[in-house]
Each structure stands twice: as C-alpha cells, then as structure tokens.
Design a binder for this molecule. Structure first.
Ligand SMILES: [Cu+2]
Length: 465
C-alpha cells in the first residue's frame, strides 16, 4: 500500500481494532432525525455581541430508554452553533457549572493569546470566563472545545464541543445554500465507546497510542441519524470532532462532493471529491447536488473505519435554488521563497511519553518565540509508527509539501488550514506568518490534535513577539 492509500484507508491494524470493538454488545436504538444544534445569535449589550453559554452535566438520549450522563453546553450533548459576524466585537461568556476545572478554546479563531481559551485561561467551577475580541478573519467553520491540561480528551469525549460559523460580506455574496438547518447543515462527526449506555472513556495505553476509536458513530450526538433534504444543492459543514479517528468520507452510492471550504477559508474554487479524508479537528464544507435525486437515499460512509455515519433522504421539494459558483474567493498567499527561517518539529515517543522535539508539554516553558510579521516555514516530521496531525493556534498556514512533494498536498488542502495530517513516517512543510497580537508572556499552542496524544505530552507553546 503506498502512502497515498495509507492516508486514505488506514492500516490493517487500525481496521482490525475497530472490527473487534464492533463485536461488543449494543444497546437498542431507533434511528432518529438528524439533530441540528440550535443557532445561537448574539444578545447585543453595550455594543458587543454577547453569547452566554453554560457548561454543565446533563443527560442525553443516545439509546432508547437510557439516560446517558454527559457534559454539554446549554443543551444535553455538544453545544449551540455560534454565528459570528466579521468585524463585530464579541464576548463569548462561558459559565462553568461542572465540578471540575475546564477551559474553552475557539479552534481556528484568530484572537489574542489571552482570549484563546487554552490551558492558561482556566474556568474554575462556578465562575465565568469571557473570550472578548473583534472577529478578524474570513468566513469559515470553526469550533469550540475544552483545552484544559490533561483533561481535554475526556471532557470532549463526554460531549463538550460546538461549532462557530463566521460570516462576512464575501460569504453572503456567494450563491451558496445558507438556510441553517434546511440546506446549510452542520455535521459534527464523532465515535464513542458506550458501556451499558454510558459513555466509557477508559483508553488503554495501546489505545492512547493508536487511537481510542469507538464502535458507535455519532452525528450531532445521534447514532446514525437520517436527514430529510430538499432536492437541491445541500451544503454540509463537516467537523471531524472525534478524539483520535481519521475518517475517509464518501457516499456509498457514488455521489460527488464539491468541497468549497477547508479549515479557515473558502477554497479558491470548488474541488470535486469522491473521498474526503479528515483527521481530528479538520473541517470541510461540501456541496452536494441533490437536484436530480428526488426520492433517493444516500449513505455517508467512513471508508477508513468501514462504518456508516448517516443517511440523507432526498424527500422534500426545493423551496429555493442556488448554483455553485465556479470561483469562490482569492486567497492571500505567502511565498515560501520569502521565508526568513525554518522551524522543525519532530513528533516522537519515548518510554510511553509523547513529545515534540524531545520535550513533553510543560505549561511553564515557552518553546518557540515567533516574531510577528515574518514569513516562516514550519517542518513537521512524524517519526512514529502511527499517524499524527499538527494543529497551530493563532492563525492559519498554507501547506507546501509532504515528503518533499507538492503533489502529496491534495487539492482540497491547498487553502488556509490550521490542522494537517502527518502520516506515520512522513514530513509535512507549511508556510505561516503571525500577523498581529504580540504577547511575549502568554503563549499559544501547537500540538497533535489526536486528543489522547495532546493530553499525553505531544504539545508545545509559542509566543508571538
Ligand atoms: Cu498524535
């Protein structure tokens, strides 16, 4: 199997692990309609868009007649979708009603380090922390999730995550589906282990290393749900919200996905995809043309873990029309030839500790000082016999090559990204520039977004100076 196939479909080892987990007993379910996380519009106070959110323990119905204990934001699993407008000043106010400390990070948000919601901005039980900033980036699909030191994986697993949609004049001018819940649909894809109907977060050391992949697939907190779509273009905003699963998504019936956006921005033009690979934390917006498929059903399937996520049933008459534009945007590009330095990051493991450049995460150590306004190349090498990815806070980057070959960066990755898959044994390079928000005392983070890896040391800190 060459590396390309390896990225797409994974290893025999990962597949056999999933197969054996799938043998475990299942609690009965009735397939539900796809839940749509409520859209949270701001409450404007003092000229600031305020979003008040409560993090709490809850009970959610995944299975028939079983109340499953969860952590959630406002509701019973996951949280509402926050709609942010570029240029607006926002205050996202997180009140922690859990019995433990948490934090809330805006993944993909270009904000000052003090507002980033990392392990340094803790929210003690019974207190409120606010992320206050002016939305200063392009339209895209981001998300929020905890980032507490050593607790991220478990808290996300119990249900803490939600989407952030940024809109701007450019996104509104494009002829794209934008009716939230009708033809503009968020899909938070996750997998979970359950034990007698309760969420079971108990990874063994091999599972920490190779991925804690559950046998139950969830979309927006429902097990293999059904969505009734209009016979027209449908926009899916897909988040790989799993702890440590790579998904290779496609439709069993062979439906083409036109990818229009990657992590931090629209792609310049739609990219036709049969299989869409997303590692943990990555997002993709895709358009499906269901206009000629009235009465048909389509199964969204993960070819990596060989499991179904959901069914789309084209059962409704269109109540609007859109026509996918040929060109979506023009991206500001950084020139790698103008880079003033290359930073190297080696992902490695020794004695069951995960490290970057020989060091496990230490909140008291700033590993890299990155000067503002300078173009840099970051080179990330995965020396381990397992896949990782690499995520940076603060800003986006532009992938250059994998293993020295530009063609190993797929067309749908040639945009503004903040997470990139670094397969076992490979090296990825990207170009990046910190544009503002200097703060020598408060670091941002870079890390593997496989949450068990992050929690076990594969993370470092950088300050923009
Ligand atoms: Cu990793």
């Amino acid at each position: 199997m060459n590396r390309r196939d390896f990225i797409r479909y994974g290893t025999a080892a990962s597949l056999s692990l999933v197969a054996c987990q799938a043998q475990a007993g299942r609690t009965p379910i009735t397939r539900k309609a796809l839940p749509i996380p409520p859209l949270k519009k701001p409450d404007v106070r003092n000229g600031i868009d305020q979003y008040d959110l409560t993090i709490h323990e809850a009970k959610h119905l995944f299975f028939d007649g079983v109340a499953t204990r969860t952590y959630a934001i406002d509701g019973t699993y996951l949280g509402p979708t926050l709609l942010l407008e570029r240029g607006h000043k926002v205050s996202i106010n997180y009140t922690n009603r859990l019995k433990e400390v948490t934090t809330m990070h805006g993944h993909g948000m270009h904000v000052p380090a003090r507002m980033d919601g990392t392990a340094h901005q803790t929210i003690a039980p019974g207190t409120t922390w606010s992320a206050i900033y002016t939305v200063n980036q392009r339209a895209c699909t981001n998300w929020y999730h905890p980032h507490a030191m050593g607790k991220t994986a478990e808290q996300v697993y119990k249900g803490m995550a939600g989407l952030i949609l940024i809109e701007d004049d450019e996104s509104r001018a494009l002829d794209l589906p934008r009716r939230y819940g009708i033809d503009d649909i968020p899909l938070v894809l996750q997998d979970r282990h359950f034990d007698r109907g309760q969420i079971d977060y108990s990874p063994s050391m091999p599972e920490i290393m190779h991925g804690y992949v559950g046998d139950t697939f969830l979309v927006n907190g429902a097990i293999e749900p059904i969505f009734d779509a209009e016979a027209k273009e449908l926009r899916l905003r897909i988040l790989n919200g799993s702890n440590s699963s790579i998904y290779a998504l496609g439709f069993v019936e062979g439906l083409t996905m036109q990818q229009i956006a990657t992590d931090n921005a629209f792609l310049e033009a739609p990219v036709a995809m049969q299989k869409l690979v997303l590692s943990p934390g990555e997002r993709a917006e895709v358009i499906l043309d269901l206009g000629r498929h009235s009465g048909k059903t389509f199964e969204l399937y993960d070819y990596y873990n060989k499991k179904s996520f959901m069914t789309i049933r084209v059962s409704k008459k269109p109540t609007a029309t859109t026509t996918l534009p040929i060109r979506l945007t023009t991206l500001e590009r950084l020139d790698p030839a103008k880079a003033v330095r290359t930073r190297r990051f080696v992902l490695e493991g020794r004695m069951m500790r995960l490290m970057i450049n020989g060091k496990s995460m230490d909140m008291g150590r700033i590993d890299e000082k990155v000067p503002v306004g300078e173009t840099e190349i970051w080179e990330v090498e995965n020396t381990m016999p397992m896949h990782h990815n690499f995520h940076i806070h603060a800003t986006h980057f532009e992938p250059i090559d994998r293993d020295g070959k530009a063609e190993n960066i797929y067309p749908n990755e040639r945009g503004h990204k903040d997470v990139i898959l670094v397969p076992s044994g490979s090296t990825v390079r990207f170009v990046v520039r910190m544009s503002d928000y200097t703060d020598p005392a408060t670091p941002y983070m870079y890390h593997c977004h496989f949450l068990e890896h992050e929690d076990n040391g594969m993370m470092g800190q950088f300050a923009v100076v």
